[in-house]
Design a protein around this ligand. Structure first.
Ligand SMILES: [Zn+2]
Length: 187
Protein backbone atom coordinates (compact mmCIF):
# COMPACT_ATOMS: atom_id res chain seq x y z
CA UNK A 1 0.00 0.00 0.00
CA UNK A 2 1.51 3.29 -1.13
CA UNK A 3 -0.67 5.80 0.72
CA UNK A 4 -2.91 6.01 3.78
CA UNK A 5 -6.39 7.27 4.54
CA UNK A 6 -5.97 10.47 6.59
CA UNK A 7 -9.11 9.70 8.63
CA UNK A 8 -8.32 6.18 9.87
CA UNK A 9 -4.78 5.41 8.63
CA UNK A 10 -5.90 2.43 6.50
CA UNK A 11 -3.64 1.72 3.51
CA UNK A 12 -4.69 2.52 -0.06
CA UNK A 13 -3.03 2.25 -3.46
CA UNK A 14 -4.20 5.55 -4.88
CA UNK A 15 -5.69 8.77 -3.52
CA UNK A 16 -7.34 10.07 -6.67
CA UNK A 17 -8.12 9.27 -10.30
CA UNK A 18 -7.23 11.87 -12.91
CA UNK A 19 -9.55 12.07 -15.89
CA UNK A 20 -7.89 15.06 -17.54
CA UNK A 21 -5.51 17.81 -16.33
CA UNK A 22 -7.19 19.56 -13.40
CA UNK A 23 -10.12 17.15 -13.40
CA UNK A 24 -9.67 14.63 -10.58
CA UNK A 25 -11.92 12.49 -8.42
CA UNK A 26 -10.82 11.75 -4.85
CA UNK A 27 -10.86 8.06 -3.83
CA UNK A 28 -12.83 6.81 -0.83
CA UNK A 29 -11.27 4.73 1.92
CA UNK A 30 -12.23 1.03 1.85
CA UNK A 31 -12.22 0.91 5.62
CA UNK A 32 -14.07 4.00 6.87
CA UNK A 33 -15.75 5.01 3.57
CA UNK A 34 -14.64 8.65 4.01
CA UNK A 35 -12.64 10.52 1.33
CA UNK A 36 -9.14 9.03 1.77
CA UNK A 37 -7.21 12.34 1.58
CA UNK A 38 -9.29 15.50 1.27
CA UNK A 39 -6.13 17.64 1.67
CA UNK A 40 -5.19 16.93 -1.94
CA UNK A 41 -7.69 19.57 -3.02
CA UNK A 42 -7.04 21.93 -0.07
CA UNK A 43 -5.13 25.19 -0.07
CA UNK A 44 -1.62 24.89 1.42
CA UNK A 45 -2.54 27.33 4.20
CA UNK A 46 -5.34 25.05 5.42
CA UNK A 47 -2.86 22.16 5.72
CA UNK A 48 -0.36 24.41 7.52
CA UNK A 49 -3.02 25.59 9.99
CA UNK A 50 -4.19 22.01 10.62
CA UNK A 51 -0.56 21.01 11.26
CA UNK A 52 -0.16 23.91 13.71
CA UNK A 53 -3.28 22.88 15.66
CA UNK A 54 -1.97 19.29 15.68
CA UNK A 55 -4.69 17.52 13.74
CA UNK A 56 -3.63 13.86 13.32
CA UNK A 57 -5.10 13.67 9.83
CA UNK A 58 -2.96 16.60 8.66
CA UNK A 59 0.11 14.72 9.90
CA UNK A 60 -1.02 11.54 8.15
CA UNK A 61 -1.30 13.56 4.94
CA UNK A 62 2.18 15.06 5.34
CA UNK A 63 4.04 11.97 6.62
CA UNK A 64 2.44 9.21 4.57
CA UNK A 65 0.97 10.79 1.46
CA UNK A 66 3.47 13.60 0.76
CA UNK A 67 6.82 12.66 2.33
CA UNK A 68 6.16 8.94 2.15
CA UNK A 69 6.18 8.73 -1.63
CA UNK A 70 9.65 7.30 -2.20
CA UNK A 71 11.02 9.21 -5.20
CA UNK A 72 10.19 12.67 -3.90
CA UNK A 73 11.41 11.80 -0.43
CA UNK A 74 14.82 10.58 -1.57
CA UNK A 75 15.47 13.34 -4.11
CA UNK A 76 14.44 16.19 -1.81
CA UNK A 77 16.45 14.76 1.09
CA UNK A 78 19.59 14.28 -1.00
CA UNK A 79 19.33 17.82 -2.38
CA UNK A 80 18.90 19.24 1.12
CA UNK A 81 21.81 17.23 2.56
CA UNK A 82 24.24 18.01 -0.29
CA UNK A 83 23.16 21.67 -0.40
CA UNK A 84 23.71 22.07 3.35
CA UNK A 85 27.07 20.27 3.34
CA UNK A 86 28.33 22.61 0.61
CA UNK A 87 26.88 25.56 2.52
CA UNK A 88 28.82 24.75 5.71
CA UNK A 89 32.02 23.88 3.85
CA UNK A 90 31.96 27.21 1.98
CA UNK A 91 30.95 29.03 5.13
CA UNK A 92 33.94 27.73 7.10
CA UNK A 93 36.29 28.46 4.20
CA UNK A 94 34.90 31.99 3.75
CA UNK A 95 35.26 32.62 7.48
CA UNK A 96 38.93 31.69 7.35
CA UNK A 97 39.43 34.11 4.45
CA UNK A 98 37.32 37.09 5.54
CA UNK A 99 37.22 36.76 9.32
CA UNK A 100 40.58 35.15 10.07
CA UNK A 101 41.49 37.69 12.76
CA UNK A 102 38.32 37.38 14.80
CA UNK A 103 37.67 33.64 14.95
CA UNK A 104 40.75 32.84 17.00
CA UNK A 105 38.96 32.92 20.32
CA UNK A 106 35.71 31.39 19.03
CA UNK A 107 34.85 27.74 19.03
CA UNK A 108 33.36 26.30 15.85
CA UNK A 109 30.53 24.92 17.97
CA UNK A 110 29.37 28.49 18.79
CA UNK A 111 29.49 29.53 15.14
CA UNK A 112 27.63 26.41 14.07
CA UNK A 113 24.93 27.11 16.67
CA UNK A 114 24.56 30.73 15.57
CA UNK A 115 24.04 29.70 11.95
CA UNK A 116 21.63 26.95 12.93
CA UNK A 117 19.52 29.22 15.12
CA UNK A 118 19.41 32.02 12.56
CA UNK A 119 18.35 29.56 9.85
CA UNK A 120 15.20 28.42 11.64
CA UNK A 121 13.15 29.87 8.79
CA UNK A 122 14.57 27.15 6.57
CA UNK A 123 12.03 24.80 8.08
CA UNK A 124 9.50 26.60 5.90
CA UNK A 125 11.74 26.20 2.87
CA UNK A 126 11.81 22.47 3.36
CA UNK A 127 8.02 22.37 3.50
CA UNK A 128 7.91 24.51 0.37
CA UNK A 129 10.08 22.11 -1.59
CA UNK A 130 7.66 19.35 -0.70
CA UNK A 131 4.59 21.37 -1.64
CA UNK A 132 6.18 23.09 -4.63
CA UNK A 133 5.71 26.77 -3.85
CA UNK A 134 6.54 29.32 -6.57
CA UNK A 135 10.31 29.88 -6.72
CA UNK A 136 9.89 33.63 -6.05
CA UNK A 137 8.58 32.88 -2.55
CA UNK A 138 11.48 30.49 -1.90
CA UNK A 139 13.89 33.20 -3.09
CA UNK A 140 12.47 35.80 -0.67
CA UNK A 141 12.73 33.37 2.27
CA UNK A 142 16.30 32.54 1.25
CA UNK A 143 17.13 36.26 1.35
CA UNK A 144 15.58 36.47 4.81
CA UNK A 145 17.66 33.51 6.03
CA UNK A 146 20.76 35.17 4.53
CA UNK A 147 20.13 38.39 6.46
CA UNK A 148 19.53 36.52 9.75
CA UNK A 149 22.76 34.57 9.22
CA UNK A 150 24.65 37.85 8.72
CA UNK A 151 23.26 39.37 11.94
CA UNK A 152 24.01 36.20 13.94
CA UNK A 153 27.55 36.05 12.57
CA UNK A 154 28.16 39.72 13.31
CA UNK A 155 26.95 39.31 16.89
CA UNK A 156 29.05 36.23 17.57
CA UNK A 157 32.30 37.30 15.86
CA UNK A 158 32.00 41.06 16.48
CA UNK A 159 33.64 41.78 13.13
CA UNK A 160 32.87 44.32 10.42
CA UNK A 161 29.48 44.05 8.72
CA UNK A 162 30.99 43.92 5.23
CA UNK A 163 33.09 40.87 6.16
CA UNK A 164 30.04 39.08 7.61
CA UNK A 165 28.07 39.87 4.47
CA UNK A 166 30.87 38.48 2.28
CA UNK A 167 31.12 35.28 4.34
CA UNK A 168 27.39 34.56 4.39
CA UNK A 169 26.88 35.59 0.80
CA UNK A 170 29.56 33.24 -0.55
CA UNK A 171 28.11 30.32 1.43
CA UNK A 172 24.60 31.04 0.19
CA UNK A 173 25.82 31.51 -3.37
CA UNK A 174 27.60 28.15 -3.28
CA UNK A 175 24.49 26.46 -1.91
CA UNK A 176 22.35 28.11 -4.59
CA UNK A 177 24.69 26.95 -7.38
CA UNK A 178 24.86 23.41 -6.02
CA UNK A 179 21.09 23.03 -5.69
CA UNK A 180 20.60 24.51 -9.17
CA UNK A 181 23.09 22.01 -10.57
CA UNK A 182 21.29 19.16 -8.80
CA UNK A 183 17.94 20.26 -10.19
CA UNK A 184 19.31 20.53 -13.73
CA UNK A 185 20.79 17.07 -13.45
CA UNK A 186 17.44 15.51 -12.64
CA UNK A 187 15.46 17.34 -15.35
ZN1 LIG B 1 -10.30 5.46 6.29
Amino acid sequence: MKYRCVECGYGTNSLFVQYSPGNIRLMKCENCKAVADEYIECEIMIIVIDLIVNKPKAYRHLLYNVLGSQTLNFKVLMDVVIGNLMFFATFLLAMRIFLSTSIGSLRYKDIFLAILVSSYFKMCLFAMMVWEFPSSVVFIIDLYVLSSNIVALKVITESAMSRCVLTCFSAHLMKFLVTQALELRTL
